[in-house]
Design a binder for this molecule. Structure first.
Ligand code: ADP
Length: 495
């Protein structure tokens, strides 16, 4: 049943979705996927949504001939800008903040080619936030006054502060946290250069340990705060995952909502996946064995259909618990099992996984690099997926793996705790079990969970049920979109 969030006798709710990256035009991480998937799903449930994005060089290249909608004059230390209109591949309208001196350059959206933050990021995202706020004023410059301004991450998070001091009617605002570790910290003088009143540089404002923080501005001034899973929403109200913002987040807990991300269910679908040798679905799970054989061959693992194969895909960082995986490699081999790891990241983690592979030829394979097609083959070819993250705001791979009939073994944190149901007698019986959870971030706890998975895998009928439960789950954006729509409707009513 399609629920429409368009109020009777009124246009649909208008949502301006301000984001510093959006697939397929510009991507450094998961936020680009959210910015492609969520607005399209919001549109499908009946909202009028537009995506606001800086006109970076690759964005301009993707939409030649974007037409001009409005112009914004320079103010304080911010240069003039134009607003261009284009259409995303999903059909959603994109509004581009065009200011060539700030955005039309070689390099990434946040950093130069050498990996250093752009020195003028305060101005680049100050302008972006300022334009977002001006568009959110009522009646506003383009005849489309949004009901809600949804600001993603620190780059858009100054907009609620601009709105607070605008002195005019405006949209309600949501500050959405995808990564609390990036806080947009700049010198105190930046406040005046951005044209904000000095009074907001205070503990009850956007001051954060002697600097100004774009993110804190959003967390303090927005009408609501959203993050990407209910468990992460609780975890960030305490140390250590609050990254210094825990007291503010705890004080605002009634305005803080955790809504689990969706995934791109057309890109990640074993029934249509071009990157695997034999496509499969719930009724033909046995065809998954072709992917296992292909993965073993591709990575130089022994061609043993009867040996359990654990897969890992992810950034090689402390966050992802790659060191825990390295610590249990030899124990996995002794089960007996095989391990296939695909990832890139910090040198020390890459080295420890690579040397593990060398120590166990034919049993452990490490592929250091970024390879999307191989990521699909690991999801399909592994029997189970390991994801022992120390923290995980939402996480995608555990959802992909359930969809691919590859039960995940995950640490009970953030979105992992919210999207995987631990196998117990009760959850097997009621049809909800989809994987294995463990609590402590230790090699011992990870191995105990992997061992439980191994025992379960040996019981083929049980394992098949576990696979089926995961494959039957709906991880599409639709459910998230309905939750966001309910949040927006509430804000529009109460603002
Ligand atoms: P995070 O955004 O913290 O890195 P997620 O699980 O949310 O973690 O998303 C990571 C995404 O990047 C997934 O789509 C995953 O498959 C992909 N990915 C990570 N590392 C690699 C790699 N080395 N090769 C291919 N894809 C990768």
């Amino acid at each position: 049943m399609l629920i429409s969030y368009a109020p009777v006798n009124r246009d649909p709710l208008r949502i301006l979705f301000a984001t510093p990256e959006c697939g397929p035009w510009i991507k450094t991480g998961g936020l680009a996927d959210v910015s492609a998937g969520l607005p399209a799903a919001l549109r499908a449930v009946g909202l009028d949504v537009r995506v606001l994005l800086p006109a970076y060089r690759p964005v301009l290249a993707a939409v030649p001939g974007a037409r001009e909608l409005a112009a914004f004059a320079a103010s304080a230390g911010l240069p003039a800008a134009r607003l261009l209109a284009a259409t995303l591949p999903s059909g959603v309208t994109a509004l581009l903040v065009d200011c060539p001196v700030l955005y039309d350059r070689e390099g990434g959206p946040y950093q130069d080619g050498a990996g250093a933050d752009w020195a003028d990021n305060w101005r680049r995202f100050g302008l972006f936030s300022s334009v977002a706020a001006q568009l959110a004023l009522h009646p506003g410059p383009i005849g489309w006054p949004p009901d809600v301004l949804h600001c993603n991450d620190w780059q858009a998070a100054l907009a609620p502060a601009f709105l607070r001091f605008a002195g005019a009617p405006h949209a309600a605002s949501v500050a959405a946290i995808h990564n609390l570790a990036f806080q947009g910290l700049f010198a105190p003088e930046t406040v005046a250069a951005l044209g904000l009143p000095r009074a907001c540089y205070a503990m009850d404002g956007l001051e954060f340990h002697g600097r100004m923080s774009f993110l804190k501005a959003g967390l303090y001034y927005a009408d609501a705060i959203a993050t990407v899973s209910p468990t992460y929403a609780r975890e960030i109200q305490r140390e250590p995952l609050g990254f210094g913002m825990q007291d503010l987040l705890a004080a605002r807990r009634d305005s803080l909502r955790g809504i689990l991300n969706g995934i791109d269910t057309s890109e990640w679908d074993p029934a249509t996946d071009a990157a695997i040798p034999a496509r499969y679905d719930l009724r033909r799970i046995e065809r998954k064995t072709a992917s296992k054989a292909a993965l073993q061959q591709r990575l130089g693992l022994a061609a043993e259909p009867g040996t359990m194969l654990f897969g890992v895909v992810g950034r090689m960082t402390e966050q992802k618990g790659i060191d825990l995986i390295a610590a249990i490699g030899a124990q996995l081999v002794a089960l007996p099992a095989q391990l296939a790891v695909l990832g890139a990241g910090e040198w020390r983690h890459e080295q420890s996984i690579a040397s593990l592979g060398r120590a166990h030829p034919g049993r452990i394979a490490a592929l250091i690099g970024f390879d999307e097609a191989l990521a699909h083959l690991v999801e399909a070819g592994a029997d189970a997926f390991l994801m022992p993250s120390r923290f995980e705001p939402c996480g995608l791979n555990q959802m992909y793996s359930q969809r691919y009939g590859t039960p995940p073994v995950v640490r009970a944190t953030g979105g992992l705790a919210d999207s995987v149901v631990d196998l117990t007698d009760a959850t097997l019986e009621n049809g909800t079990a989809t994987g294995f959870l463990f609590r402590e971030p230790t090699a011992q706890a990870l191995f105990a969970a992997a061992q439980r998975a191994h025992v379960a895998w040996l019981d083929r009928p049980l394992w098949r049920r576990l696979q089926q439960h995961g494959m039957a789950r709906d991880f599409s954006w639709d459910a998230s979109a309905r939750e966001y729509a309910a949040l927006y409707a509430h804000l529009a009513r109460t603002h």
